[in-house]
Design a protein around this ligand. Sequence first.
Ligand SMILES: [Zn+2]
Length: 115
Amino acid sequence: MTTTAGEPGMRYVVVGADRKPYASATPGAWGGHRTSRIYGRLDCPAALRAIARGGYVRHRVFFADEATAIDAGFRPCGTCLPEKYAAWKAAHIAARKSAIPLPTAVPRPIASRGM
Ligand SMILES: [Zn+2]
């Protein structure tokens, strides 16, 4: 039994932390949506529903592991990773809050205007 189809092994395309695809001998263990930057399980019901509708496959990417997906800037899927999504959301909101400068104290009327 022989196979002559192309290079043996490198038949999967996965995406690295730099979001660039590369050939891999093993399929990605995690799926992701390239434009919405969401990653999740390969058997994610939301992803499978979207795939069934035909609108998702074009944008689907795969990651070798979860850390790569996170490094690539993807966030957890709220459907198949609800706990991770909740943690991400809490951290994300905290980060946004700290990034927004708090309003400074109410400006005081200038007392020395008449001088
Ligand atoms: Zn999901």
